[in-house]
Design a protein around this ligand. Structure first.
Ligand SMILES: [Ca+2]
Length: 454
């Protein structure tokens, strides 16, 4: 064992051995003409096709030849709540394929439906997680095949979450926002905030078994969920203390010799949580973990009555006596009217993926993500790369800028609304030119090496 270790340590680490590689990347245009593309997934049917889902409800097919198919894969437009022409956080928010999709043809969408009957009339809409089945030739999803799996009523229009991923355990993980408004402190929010209230699904990471239809329920509860017996919280909850999770992905793990010897970190669940007034955060989510909101914003004490003035001291433990878990990485909002492009700053995190692809060697093992825009009214999204400071679980990750431009002015020049990952682990940047659900400025770019670099 010692000999093996010495051998391994003598190996050059491909991430640091290259001569001071720049982290700069290029963005290759892949598709355009969307409103606000939020999801990109590979169709694992051997066709090389990608699904690109637009926020207003249309799921497009990008063929292997780089052209968008005429026929939509799925159109949920008429099942959505009426969306704003201006800024809106509702719509078709999540799309994932079942791990056995080639065999069972099942996919799952998370969208904002009109408010269910019998709910308080001042509430806003009902988040709906539904299963669809694709046609046997995988040409599209069968519109009539919808099976509603889970519905969550939303008091306000914002903070909906809806990002999803199947875990290595085969269960479906779902990020759910705190219900919206601001400070987790408006109508429809628990006295202690929805993030801390374990009797609501709002403000949580959920884990369910979509394959378990043995009971009357539309899904099963994994036996080791923290509140599986329902006595101290909703059984669907996997983790709590979440505000507005916009980005939820498992590290697929590396296959290099380095990773095989040292474990590689595969399987960790990364959730980006959009902050309130001061900080944006990245978390590695563990079962039963309390990620702080709204007692904490990121790593500091939060006061819902004075959200811009952090309290000097925060409780260290929650109502169950469990310690709050700080993010692995955070970055701050810019000082008012003082955006510093040399700083890692932003106002709304767009979660991404641990890069395990082949095309850009300098990014391997880093968590690649974005900020929506450094300014609300101007399209000024930025890309970041985070690197673990050690292999220890819970170790902090350092964030640095990941220079990439789509404009002659040297900026992205768009709002980065989402990131995507294809079957090969290559990453995509999904943008829109407007902070409104109008127009056709939505674009998809692939992250590729800069000319002359790797
Ligand atoms: Ca947190």
């Amino acid at each position: 064992m010692l000999a093996l270790l010495a051998f391994a340590l003598a190996l050059p680490n491909p991430q640091s051995f290259a001569a001071a590689p720049s982290l700069a990347v290029s963005l290759a245009p892949v598709a355009d003409g969307f409103v606000s593309p939020l999801n990109l997934v590979s169709l694992p049917d051997g066709s090389g096709r990608l699904l690109i889902a637009d926020q207003p409800g249309k799921v497009h097919v990008l063929n292997a030849d780089g052209k968008l198919a005429q026929r939509l894969f799925l159109d949920l437009s008429d099942r959505l709540v009426k969306l704003n022409q201006g800024f809106d956080e509702r719509g078709l928010l999540g799309l994932v394929l079942h791990p056995q999709f080639p065999q069972n043809r099942k996919l799952y969408v998370y969208y904002s439906a009109p408010l269910r009957a019998g709910r308080p009339t001042n509430w806003n809409h009902t988040s709906t997680l539904s299963e669809f089945t694709a046609t046997p030739d995988f040409a599209g999803a069968i519109a009539a095949s919808e099976r509603v799996v889970l519905e969550i009523d939303e008091p306000q229009f914002n903070h909906n979450g809806g990002r999803m991923a199947f875990g290595p355990d085969g269960y479906l993980y779902i990020g759910v926002g705190d219900g919206g408004g601001a400070n987790d402190n408006e109508f429809g929010h628990a006295p202690q905030g929805n993030g801390q209230a374990t009797d609501t699904l709002l403000g949580k990471i959920l884990r369910i078994d979509v394959d378990d239809v043995s009971s009357d329920a539309a899904y099963g509860i994994p036996r080791d969920n923290p509140f599986a017996d329902g006595k101290q919280g909703r059984p669907e909850i996997f983790a709590y203390g979440i505000r507005n999770p916009w980005g939820l992905a498992f590290d697929r793990g590396g296959s290099s010799l380095w990773n095989r010897i040292f474990g590689g970190g595969g399987g960790d669940l990364f959730v980006a949580d959009v902050g309130q007034n001061l900080y944006e955060e990245i978390n590695i989510i563990t079962k039963g973990g309390n990620y702080g909101w709204r007692v904490w914003e990121s790593h500091i004490a939060f006061d819902p009555k004075k959200p811009a003035e952090p309290l000097a001291d925060a409780p260290k433990t929650d109502a169950f006596g469990k310690p709050f878990i700080a993010p692995i990485a955070w970055y701050k909002h810019p000082a008012r009217n003082k955006i510093d492009p040399t700083q890692v700053e932003g106002i709304s995190v767009t979660g991404g993926y641990v890069y395990r692809g082949k095309a850009v060697k300098s990014l391997r093992g880093k968590y690649i993500f974005a900020d929506w825009s450094r300014a609300w009214a101007l399209p000024d999204g930025v890309l970041f790369a985070a690197t673990p400071t050690s292999k220890k679980r819970g170790a902090k990750w350092n964030i640095e800028s990941l220079p990439a431009t789509t404009t002659a002015g040297g900026k992205i020049g768009a709002y980065i609304v989402a990131m995507g990952e294809d079957a090969a682990g290559e990453l995509y940047v999904l943008t829109t030119g407007r902070n409104a659900l109008i127009g056709t400025t939505g674009k998809v770019f692939k992250i590729v090496p800069t000319a002359g670099a790797k």
